[in-house]
Design a protein. Structure first.
Length: 319
């Protein structure tokens, strides 16, 4: 059975570290590894808007020697025109791997069940694991120890704590042995089951995972401060309910940055200056968002390479 990357805890702590090490290696020598030479095809399917995800996967697959077959989800109408299972069976015979940006997590779980090749989550309503791999790589570069270690660092996410980004930070950060805090309004708390899963992982890695109600408490002493848009894709109809009157205290601004421990600032983009983050912060000296955006390519190349090796039985991380 192929390995998949559908949510952040699909990787064990050791496997996550292995993928991040591989990402650093591939970043240092971007054209030396060609596991997709042939070229082998990777199907990339988009049901939602995209810029960084499409650009980074297309560029990364090309650098790995492969062919990125981009599929417009609006034309394919997966789940409407034909079932997810039938599409999975078709794409699995045309491509070596499938990357999908879609809506509910159940859709990508079904794709993985029927594809017969590795499937990668390029964003769902519940998780965004490729983004968090890129973010962990960025944190290692700017805050990691002598060997790029992440364990013991404090990472705080401010904003919609019920979002896919919040959920992925909880799982990925706990897996890395970090102390993860997510903070947002009371009506935007993380999914209880995901928070409990992150706490379960943290108990094995020496990290922690918590919902912290107050933004100042959450930001205090943090090594990494993160935010994202207050209105996630697919929730545009809720924009009026997510106004500054509700989310304003969680805006990532100079005051909250000043409470951190010489923090770096992340934002997965697109950013709305003056809303979830101020222009002074995202364009300021603590911001590493452009490194973060670039690192999508390197982190995604690493997970694709790792999954190919696992599928071929060439990595000890395969299970």
């Amino acid at each position: 059975m192929p390995r998949h990357f559908l949510r952040d805890d699909d990787l064990t702590p050791a496997e996550q570290a292995e993928v991040l090490d591989l990402a650093a290696t591939l970043k240092a020598a971007p054209f030396e590894s060609k596991p997709l030479a042939g070229p082998r095809t990777v199907a990339i399917v988009f049901d939602k808007p995209t810029l960084r995800t499409q650009a980074s996967f297309v560029a990364g697959i090309a650098e790995l020697g492969g062919f990125p077959m981009v599929v417009d989800g609006n034309l394919a109408q997966i789940g409407t025109r034909e079932s997810v299972a039938d599409v999975a069976r078709v794409l699995g015979r045309q491509a070596s791997m499938i990357v999908w940006r879609t809506f509910d997590q159940g859709r990508i779980d079904e794709m993985a069940a029927y594809a017969g090749v590795p499937v990668v989550n390029a964003l769902t309503d519940q998780f965004h694991p490729c983004q968090t791999l890129a973010d962990l790589l960025t944190i290692r570069e700017h805050k990691g120890g002598s060997e790029g270690g992440l364990a013991g660092l404090t990472m705080t996410f401010l904003g919609d704590a019920a979002s896919n980004m919040s959920h992925s930070y909880l799982l990925a950060g706990a897996t890395a042995g970090m102390h993860v805090r997510v903070s947002g309004p009371d009506d935007y708390r993380p999914d209880t089951a995901i928070l409990e899963r992150a706490q379960e992982i943290a108990a094995t890695t020496g990290g922690s995972a918590d919902y912290v109600a107050g933004p100042q408490e959450a930001a205090a002493g943090a090594d990494v401060l993160i935010t994202d848009t207050w209105v996630s894709m697919g929730k545009e109809q809720e924009a009026a309910d997510r106004a500054a009157e509700v989310f304003g205290p969680w805006q990532l601004n100079d005051h909250l940055v000043g409470l951190g421990a010489d923090p770096i600032v992340l934002h997965c983009l697109p950013a709305y200056r003056g809303k979830e983050i101020t222009a002074e912060v995202i364009d300021g000296p603590r911001s590493v968002v452009w490194d973060e955006a670039e690192n999508r390519r390197h982190a995604q190349k690493a997970i694709l390479t790792w999954l190919l090796a696992a599928d071929a039985g060439d990595t000890g991380g395969a299970r």
